[in-house]
Design a protein around this ligand. Structure first.
Ligand code: PLP
Length: 381
């Protein structure tokens, strides 16, 4: 993955000048900083960034410049990245399962916040992490719908277990907190409602006043033309429900968005390698590349098609089967993709909102995936 130094006006400008044969991700720092400010100004608590969604160094540098002062990290590599790029920022080690050697690295790097969802992992933390001034956040789960896929399938204690864990955390002298993750691309603000109310019940049942409530990531990005993220509505709901549920015992709030902050700052340009016998479209990128997430959470319909000179294709849309470049038959975009009827070999198919879970999951399978990142002033042009 290379980083071009030139700053382009927009994707079309670059495509005209370079006619790239490999996929290109366009990054607009101005869009990233504006989205970060929406969170910093609107969320009623501390905004931390979930590094796994896009750990690109320029992303972290731009977030730090915009004022993001906390990062959700899951591995020693992510911790070291943040220490290097944002040395004064807080790190929350919110991967609930860790090896002892990973915990040792975290202690060494001075990490003061850890999440947990099981007795065995809490035992490891109690044995290895000095309690004074360190927060342990109990992660619980509920069967909630509304997200693109369910995060509770892997992590999160049941409500009863969360009560036990919270008591143990407080008893061992750590700062007790609670967290949950409602699931990624959670478009419905109500997804946070029952989680926050249940968190308050857990704290009451445990007889523990929690210091902070971390309401997770899961904030939506703009994936469908009609689906503008309703961030302000979500922030207002979180604020109101926290008041209602906790009353005088209201904890400080934390959020840890990944997708919601970074996705809309990137646009992916793929190229049409072939329109096989006038039917199936083959792109130079697919599910082993930057489009890895589409089969998991659904198609993005914010798509533009331009010809090799950057001129928009405008014919009426036709539903197409779209394949990626590898020889694996699962390398196909989900469902049918609506693309202009005059689409032709050599055109560029441009997907917006591609900044999260794209660079990180891009593979070199079958020799493809030579992704370039180019910086752009705007992603519209
Ligand atoms: C992945 C993850 C996030 C970020 O999720 P998004 O849906 O990208 O906002 C936040 N917190 C934890 C613990 C995660 O694992």
């Amino acid at each position: 993955m290379g980083l071009t130094k030139t700053i382009w006006a927009g994707p079309r400008d670059y495509l005209r000048a370079n006619a790239p044969e490999d996929p290109v991700l366009f990054f607009a720092p101005a869009v990233l900083q504006a989205t970060a400010r929406r969170f910093l100004d609107g969320f009623p608590g501390l905004v931390t960034y979930a590094v796994k969604s896009n750990p690109d160094e320029t992303v972290v540098q731009n977030l730090a410049a915009a004022g993001v002062q906390g990062y959700d990290v899951a591995s020693p590599a992510e911790m070291r990245l943040i220490r290097r790029l944002a040395p004064d920022a807080a790190m929350h080690y919110n991967n609930p399962v860790r090896s002892r050697s990973e915990i040792a690295v975290a202690v060494d790097l001075g990490i003061r916040s850890y999440s947990v969802d099981s007795h065995s992992e809490l035992t490891k933390l109690i044995e290895m992490v000095p309690a004074a001034g360190t927060e342990i956040t109990v992660r619980f789960k509920l069967p909630v719908n509304g997200a693109a896929y369910n995060f509770g399938a892997k992590f999160g204690a049941s409500v009863d277990l969360a009560v036990e864990l919270l008591r143990r955390v407080a008893g061992a002298g750590f700062i007790p907190s609670i967290t949950f993750h409602p699931g990624t691309q959670c478009a419905d603000p109500m997804a946070w409602d029952s989680y926050i109310r249940t968190a308050a019940e857990i704290a009451r049942a445990a007889g523990v006043a929690i210091a902070r409530l971390n309401v997770g990531g899961g904030f939506p990005s703009h994936r469908t033309i009609d689906g503008l993220p309703r961030l302000d509505e979500i922030f207002a709901l979180i604020d109101r429900v926290t008041d209602e549920a906790f009353g005088d015992a209201r904890p400080a709030l934390v959020c840890e968005p990944g997708r919601g902050i970074v996705a809309d700052a990137f646009t992916l340009a793929t190229r049409v390698k072939a329109v096989r016998d006038g039917a199936h479209v083959f792109l130079n990128d697919g599910i082993y590349g930057a489009l890895a997430e589409l089969p998991l959470i659904g198609l993005i319909d914010r798509i533009d098609v331009v010809d090799e000179f950057g001129r928009p294709r405008r014919a009426d849309p036709v539903e197409r089967i779209v394949f990626g470049p590898t020889c694996d038959s699962v390398d196909r975009l989900p469902g049918m993709v609506s693309l202009p009827g005059d689409l032709a070999e050599g055109d560029f198919v441009i997907f917006h909102g591609m900044g999260a879970y794209s660079t990180v999951t891009n593979t070199r399978f079958n020799g493809f995936g030579n992704l370039t990142i180019a910086t752009a002033l705007s992603l519209r042009g």
